[in-house]
Design a protein around this ligand. Structure first.
Ligand code: ADP
Length: 200
């Protein structure tokens, strides 16, 4: 199974991706995590991305597209994957289409997590508090200023993908305001082929 999880920062993409990993035995490909690992390791990509990420802006399309294309070729992604945080722009979505076509792969669906913006800020605040309580270091972009930028970038550059995938007929929207378990259930339902469904 090959899926895209779409939604604003704090929508719960990572949490739901984890559940899907366990349930379907596929891998989670989080471009944010891959980039944070590159920053930590001090690779050329990491050095390029660090300041951009800290302020909440997007890393250039060609950088993330190359990372994703390589990652999809790894043996553990052969059974399927969940793209979490990619694509984030229409050019990235177009590049993904080309990459998958070249590799002879196709997407099974795009899941949108719909969440109120007000709730996102509250979720982020509790994530910071929980991480601090556990003694973990907080992400460089988990601060009010960068969050504002991340939300603005989402609205302007990523939200158009909802329309993009809607027109292709691959989009399935799920209420991301429900509990973690309920959201997971709704995703499972959205991914179940509708036996006997007509016209759609
Ligand atoms: P969130 O969804 O919580 O904002 P992510 O972990 O997905 O966080 O991404 C963190 C940061 O990594 C983004 O703000 C951006 O700078 C960079 N990034 C991640 N994925 C992409 C992408 N597909 N294109 C460009 N930049 C990306």
């Amino acid at each position: 199974m090959r899926l895209i999880l779409l939604g604003p920062p704090g929508a719960g993409k990572g949490t739901q991706a984890q559940r899907l990993v366990e349930r379907h035995g596929i891998v989670q490909l989080s471009t944010g995590e891959m980039l944070r690992a590159a920053v930590k390791a001090g690779t050329p990509v990491g050095r390029k991305a660090e300041a951009i990420m800290a302020r909440g802006d997007l890393v250039p399309d060609e950088v993330v597209v190359a990372i994703v294309s390589d990652r999809i070729d790894q043996p553990d992604a052969r059974r399927g994957f969940i793209l979490d945080g990619f694509p984030r722009t229409v050019p990235q979505a177009e590049a993904l289409e080309r990459i998958l076509a070249e590799k002879g792969l196709r997407l099974d669906g795009v899941i949108e997590l719909k969440v109120d913006e007000g709730a996102l800020v509250k979720r982020l605040e509790s994530r910071i508090a929980e991480m601090t309580a556990r003694g973990e270091s907080v992400r460089a972009d988990d601060n009010p200023e960068a969050l504002k930028t991340r939300l603005g970038v989402y609205r302007k550059q990523t939200a158009p993908l909802i329309d993009y995938y809607g027109k292709k007929g691959t989009l399935k929207s799920v209420d991301g305001m429900a509990s973690v378990g309920q959201v997971a259930e709704a995703i499972g339902f959205a991914l179940t082929p509708k036996i006997g469904a007509r016209g759609g």
